[in-house]
Design a protein around this ligand. Structure first.
Ligand code: DX5
Ligand code: ZN
Length: 218
C-alpha cells in the first residue's frame, strides 16, 4: 500500500529547522507537517505565520499546516500568504465549518478537517465533498512524543468507509504516536498520509528514520 510521509517538525531542532527539513526531504519526506498551537485550543504554543513563511523559503515539499488554534478563521489568510499548501482545521472549534472550508479553498489551499480522538466520524457527513483530506488525531493534540491511541485503527476504517459511501476520495492522514511498531497497522487500516514527529526527528537521523518507517510499513 502506498502512502505519503509527512514528518512533523514539532520534534525537529527549532534552532536548525532548515537543516532538519533538508534531511527529512533527502530521506523521502513527501510533505512537511507544521504544527501551529495557540495556547488556547491546546496547552502549548508553537509557531505562527512568520515561521511558516521562513520554512517556505527552504522547503521543497508542500507545507501541511495543522492549525490547533481556537479561532482558525482569523488566520487563514495569513497562513495562506505565508505559503501553506494544505490547511487542516479542527471541527471542534468551528460552528461554520462549511464556510471555513470554502474560505480555505478560495485561497487556493487544500482544505482538511481534523477530528480529535473523542470526536465522532459522523462529523464528516455534511462536509465530505468540501474536504481535500481528513486528518485523524491518534493522540490528544498539544505535544509530540505521545502514545498512539489503539482505537484509532478502527476509526480509520470507519472514516474510509464513510468517505467511500459519500463518494469522496479524500486521503486520510493520521497524526500522533506513529512509529515502527504501529505504522504497518495504520497504513493497512487505510491511512494514506502518515505524520511522524518523534519517530523521525527524535533520534537525530531523520533520513534514516524515514527509511526505517517505510521499511516497517511493508
Ligand atoms: C500533536 C501534533 C503532532 C505531533 C506528532 O499535537 O499534532 O503532529 O507533532 O508527533 P509524534 O509523532 O511525536 O506523536
Ligand atoms: Zn499535527
Amino acid at each position: 500500500m502506498s502512502f505519503q510521509m509527512a514528518p512533523s517538525i514539532l520534534s525537529a531542532d527549532f534552532a536548525h529547522l532548515a537543516r532538519d527539513i533538508a534531511a527529512a526531504e533527502a530521506g523521502g519526506a513527501d510533505l512537511i507537517h507544521v504544527d501551529v498551537m495557540d495556547g488556547h485550543f491546546v496547552p502549548n504554543i508553537t509557531i505562527g505565520p512568520p515561521v511558516v513563511k521562513a520554512l517556505k523559503r527552504v522547503a521543497t515539499r508542500p507545507l501541511d499546516v495543522h492549525l490547533m488554534v481556537q479561532d482558525p478563521d482569523a488566520y487563514l489568510n495569513a497562513f495562506a500568504a505565508a505559503g501553506a499548501d494544505m490547511l487542516s482545521v479542527h471541527v471542534e472549534v468551528l460552528p461554520h465549518l462549511h464556510r471555513t472550508l470554502e474560505a480555505i479553498r478560495a485561497l487556493g489551499v487544500k482544505a482538511g478537517v481534523v477530528l480529535n480522538p473523542s470526536t465522532p466520524v459522523s462529523m464528516l457527513e455534511e462536509v465530505a465533498s468540501e474536504v481535500d483530506h481528513v486528518l485523524l488525531m491518534s493522540v490528544n493534540p498539544g505535544f509530540g512524543g505521545q502514545k498512539f491511541i489503539p482505537s484509532t485503527l478502527d476509526k480509520i476504517r470507519r472514516t474510509r468507509a464513510l468517505l467511500d459511501r459519500l463518494g469522496s476520495r479524500a486521503p486520510i492522514e493520521v497524526d500522533g504516536g506513529i512509529d515502527a511498531s504501529n505504522i504497518a497497522a495504520v497504513v493497512s487500516a487505510g491511512a494514506q498520509i502518515i505524520v511522524a514527529g518523534q519517530s523521525v526527528f527524535g533520534g537525530g537521523h531523520p533520513a534514516a528514520a524515514i527509511a526505517a518507517l517505510r521499511a516497517a510499513a511493508r
